[in-house]
Design a binder for this molecule. Structure first.
Ligand SMILES: O=C(O)CCC(=O)C(=O)O
Ligand SMILES: [Fe+2]
Length: 506
């Protein structure tokens, strides 16, 4: 009993400090509410305004990382076991760690593909607002490292260290150096890792015991990797430049995305046996002939200008926005073999292969959609009966689709349709500020999106087999956003639609 009595003042004291903590927690929630109210204006923007606001990679990264850390802080400040279902539901829909990682991944992908054009650490064309700070570059480098994207990690950490040094911030420069040493090791540069570690040991030796111990352990590991003390010492002169292997080994794709020309292995070039039927006498086209550019003979790759009106484009965007979801992709065998690709539990590949929104728009949704379908069929002289609905795609900053075929393998590749995807038609619904081309690595072609225009190609050989030259990809969007729409024609009803071919036996 007397023991309990003695605890009275202790209890009062502990309750008091609990209350202070609770009050602080509530203050934190209140300050978040104030910030959210201020941000409210942005959240009420229309789709168009939001697209314009989020048209630069740095803005997207900044917005997502700031929002994500606020949301994390809000989550931390709440007693999650006592919140309402509604609040829980709302929180679950807000930026998550995955969104933040995707935003960093988009920056790293853009840097990998577009190189100097995607150097967001320097003002580009007098734009001094959308420039990353040293702290942000450091954050991107560290996150890349956590994602095991050591290529992106190395580039960003090197730059972060430089930026910290430029402002004589040794403490931060050393922190960047510390991460960099590990990343150098992961990218097969143990000599660099060791050299950096010696410098770091020198710096931390009378500053931080814990860091020092870790650095000393690393030093041992790097020396071992270099084949012992003697060989390690020899390698320290660092006369060779460091390796930095990109994450995706896609040099042709990257070049084409940048608009550079590529040298291809010599391809057969037989004369065409006859010319493609342009179908210009079709009644639907007499009054409005379309301007067509031939880009590649064997696949029929071509570009059609000004096929869609602004009104039709708006309709496609509106119809699709109502039914948008993340683009899914059933990975084919080639993709599964690539060590960079992970297949999620549900059998779909993750955002390392493709990232965009998809909405299906069919002819029954609006008579204008049906008119457009008929216009394409008339231009191509293909039968619409077995065609798919329009697959409308919207790509945000960094949105892309790695090289793939539209045709499927095996006996019955598209169970829900009649036959394989014989041909692809892809509309471009807007002009993109930078990036976002469709490229064909084995043809060496880059198709630049043009509002209202469309690209077309034939996916299959005459014998029905997939044509491997049709390998194609969507380049990441570097600035702005991208809207496109696929229309796939299938074999049934189009068996005899083949025009001429360089090799009629194929
Ligand atoms: O967006 C592009 O440029 C290409 C899209 C594509 O290839 C596809 O969706 O299959
Ligand atoms: Fe495709």
């Amino acid at each position: 009993m007397s023991k309990s009595v003695a605890l009275y003042p202790v209890l009062a004291e502990r309750l008091e400090s609990h209350l202070v903590e609770e009050e602080n927690r509530i203050k934190r929630i209140r300050s978040h509410i104030e910030i959210l109210k201020l941000e409210n204006k942005k959240m009420n923007m229309s789709r168009k305004e939001l697209e314009a606001e989020m048209a630069h990679p740095v803005r997207v990264y900044r917005f997502v990382s700031q929002f994500y850390s606020d949301i994390e802080d809000i989550r931390d400040s709440l007693d999650m076991s006592r919140i309402s279902e509604e609040l829980r539901e709302t929180l679950s829909q807000l930026p998550s760690q995955k969104d933040y990682i995707d935003a960093v991944g988009a920056i790293a992908r853009l840097q990998e593909v577009y190189k100097d054009e995607a150097d967001f650490t320097r003002p580009q064309a007098n734009n001094t607002i959308d420039v990353l700070t040293a702290e942000e570059v450091f954050d991107i480098g560290r996150t890349c490292s956590e994602m095991e994207n050591y290529y992106g990690a190395l580039n960003n950490l090197v730059r972060a260290k430089e930026m910290f040094e430029d402002r004589n911030d040794t403490v931060q420069a050393m922190a960047a150096y510390d991460h960099l040493a590990f990343v150098m090791f992961e990218q097969q540069n143990p000599d660099y890792a060791l050299n950096y570690t010696y410098n770091l040991i020198d710096y931390y030796k009378d500053k931080d015991e814990e860091i020092l111990t870790r650095l000393q352990d690393n030093r041992k590991l790097y020396i071992e990797e270099l084949g012992g003390e003697e060989l390690a010492n020899q390698s320290l002169s660092l006369s060779r430049p460091y390796n930095n292997e990109p994450l995706e080994q896609l040099p042709i794709y990257n070049k084409l995305c940048r608009g550079e020309s590529v040298e291809l292995e010599a391809k057969e070039s037989k004369p065409l046996q006859c010319h493609m039927h342009t179908n210009n006498n079709h009644p639907l086209l007499i009054l409005a002939p379309v301007k067509k550019e031939d880009l590649h003979i064997e696949t029929g790759l071509s570009f059609f200008h000004e096929v869609l009106s602004d009104k039709e484009i708006k309709l496609f965007q509106e119809k699709a926005s109502g039914v948008f979801e993340d683009s899914q992709l059933v990975p084919d065998d080639d993709i599964k073999k690539d060590p960079n690709f992970e297949v999620k539990d549900d059998g779909y590949a993750d955002t390392r292969v493709r990232s965009s929104n998809t909405g299906w728009v069919d002819d029954e949704m609006d008579v204008m959609v049906k008119t457009v379908s008929r216009r394409i069929a008339a231009i191509l002289d293909l039968d619409l009966k077995s065609a798919e609905s329009f697959q409308v795609l919207s790509y945000g900053i960094g949105g892309f689709y790695l090289p793939h075929f539209d045709w499927g393998d095996g006996e019955n590749p598209f169970a829900d349709f009649e036959g394989n995807r014989i041909a692809t038609w892809i509309f471009y619904l807007n002009n993109i500020k930078k990036g976002g081309a469709t490229v064909f690595p084995d043809i060496g072609a880059t198709v630049w999106p043009e509002k209202g225009g469309a690209a077309f190609w034939r996916n299959l050989h005459r014998n029905g087999e997939g044509n491997r030259l049709t390998l194609h990809a969507a380049c990441p969007v570097l600035e702005g956003y991208k809207w496109a729409s696929n229309k796939w024609f299938h074999t049934v009803g189009n068996e005899f639609s083949w025009p001429c071919d360089v090799n009629p036996e194929s």
